[in-house]
Ligand binder design. Sequence first.
Ligand code: PTJ
Length: 252
Amino acid sequence: MQKSDIPKSHPRYHSLVIRDLLKEGVEAGITSLQGLTAHGRGEAFDYLLGEKTLYFAKRAVKAAASTLILAKYPVFSVNGNTAVLAARELIELSRLTLGKLEINLFHASKNRERKIYQYLTSFGATDVLLPDKTTLTEIDSNRRMISSFGQAKADVIFVPLEDGDRTEALRNMGKKVITIDLNPLSRTAKTATITIIDNIIRCMPLLVKEVRRQKNYSVKQLLKNINQYDNRKVLSESLYFISRRLILLGKR
Ligand code: PTJ
């Protein structure tokens, strides 16, 4: 993607650069038009969170890293937004955990699947899966189309930026799901095993760093991280944080 010409002095520089990235993603046929609206919803929640990686997100990152390292067959699901916002980190995570990248789109398009495939491979991805004839029977949307070598076989699936029913279906199949979602009220956020409530732009580099750090941990230590983690607590802490912050801001 091209460099943005937004002046660095602009108070909302980072946010505007991300918007430009997604706009270019749409122009390149990678991101769906609806992806822009989805990003807007994320931005609204990011505003409420103060655009920072908060303590509950850091805790989820730590548990997510342990879960990915202990996974037997991790799969990283990629859509049109995540490809543009975090291609390098997704590829690095799949490399570190010996996992697979799998393209899974809500707004069905063979053309977009091909463009995302080419985009990921242009960054050095070698193992990118596409949906085949396998389906998730519990859901009706295009997200039901999965790969028999990917989500169908996986024990841990990374599903960032998605508000839908796939996570529930995967959980019902006994799989662990890790998500990134700025909206703690989304269906995916509420049904995932681990929910990182943060902007994908901020937390993906942290997750890569944490996986690298924990690679030297013993299985006992990794299991301890996982067992100590409580996703319900993380969700409620995020909502508490947002409500407290709004009350405090309202008093100023
Ligand atoms: O490429 P496709 O066809 O698979 O479509 C991808 C989108 C993202 C358009 C599709 O999955 C969709 O419609 O998503 P939703 O249902 O709008 O859910 C996206 C979730 O991600 C929402 O809960 C947003 O709050 C959240 N979100 C958006 N941008 C970010 C984010 N969370 C973290 N970081 C972001 N940058």
